[in-house]
Design a protein around this ligand. Structure first.
Ligand SMILES: *[C@@H]1O[C@H](CO)[C@@H](O)[C@H](O)[C@H]1NC(C)=O
Ligand SMILES: *[C@@H]1O[C@H](CO)[C@@H](O)[C@H](O)[C@H]1NC(C)=O
Length: 280
């Protein structure tokens, strides 16, 4: 039986996910972004005559240590190594003595920012459209920096890098169409489940729900038919209408007995009593 394990890990582990993890659950929809691990780079040029301005994003979504240090680049021209998303602004002027000047280095998503500054929101009713990651970063030049990363669920797009949408007033907007932005349980909606945690969990609760309602309806039918029968057959009245009255009168005593046994088994000696204490 694997279901109780899943249930336990869901209950005990979920509140502990502190550092951003690429295997995440947003509004109880599971995503696995770990295939997006690796350093990704994307940039956008804007003509700013007589120069060209370039905004360059370097990103490492999954590695907990961030993008690391790039060799051959001055420290002041790159973000600290433990940055997940770094924005660099460059200015290109071919005729200048320094044709590729770095004008700003902005750590947008430092790996060590608190949990509550990272927001993950599923898109679409069941997250089938993807996942939105919004990050509140630090101040840069007096402006709070933000990241708006839209991961679009697409089975056909496999772009190795995100698209740079814009950088305005401290907000970096990136968009990335990838199959890895699809919820995990929706990977293969038509394929039979191989006992994956999502589907298994669902059918487990479905089963419990089925048993619950089945018992309720069964009890109602039992008493309804029993009372009707006793009334028609014996013209019974009052408590005599209840089917198997003697048995139901015994039930409280039986329950009391059962609990007495249970507690005796839990409290005392490790001796097993009728199997009640041998659940493990
Ligand atoms: C984030 O970017 C998407 C486009 O990728 C845009 O539609 C959306 O409005 C942006 N969100 C914010 C808060 O700016
Ligand atoms: C299910 O298991 C079969 C073999 O046991 C495998 O070929 C298939 O890829 C699995 N499907 C999924 C969705 O994991």
């Amino acid at each position: 039986m694997r279901h109780p394990i899943h249930l336990l890990s869901a209950i005990f582990l979920l509140p502990l996910v502190t550092p951003f993890s690429c295997s995440l659950t947003a509004s109880s929809i599971p995503y696995d972004l770990s295939p997006l691990q690796g350093i990704r780079e994307v940039s956008k040029d804007t003509a700013t005559p007589p120069t060209t301005s370039e905004a360059k994003v370097k990103m490492e979504l999954c590695e907990p240590d961030g993008i690391g240090k790039e060799d051959g680049v001055a420290d002041e021209d790159q973000c600290p190594p433990n940055t997940k998303v770094c924005l660099t602004l460059l200015n290109h002027k071919p005729s200048a003595s320094d044709p590729d000047r770095v004008t700003a280095v902005i750590p947008i998503w430092p790996a060590d920012i608190p949990d509550e500054d990272v927001f993950t929101t599923p898109m679409g009713k069941n997250g089938e459209q993807g996942l939105k990651i919004y990050v509140q970063g630090a101040d840069y030049a007096g402006v709070r920096q933000h990241l708006n990363l839209t991961l679009l669920c697409s089975q056909s797009d496999t772009a190795p890098n995100p698209t740079f949408v814009s950088y305005t007033s401290g907000l970096v907007s990136l968009e990335w169409s990838t199959p890895d932005a699809c919820p995990r349980s929706a990977d293969s909606p038509t394929a039979p489940s191989n006992g994956s945690s999502g589907k298994g969990g669902l059918s487990f609760w479905g089963f419990i729900k089925f048993i619950f309602w089945f018992s309720i309806i069964g009890l109602i039918a039992y008493f309804g038919i029993g009372i009707f029968y006793n009334h028609q057959q014996y013209s019974a009245k009052g408590w005599d209408l209840i089917p198997h009255r003697d048995f139901w009168r015994e039930v409280p005593v039986l329950l009391q007995d059962l609990f007495a046994h249970l507690f005796a088994g839990l409290r005392g000696n490790n001796s097993e009593r009728g199997g009640y204490s041998s659940l493990g």
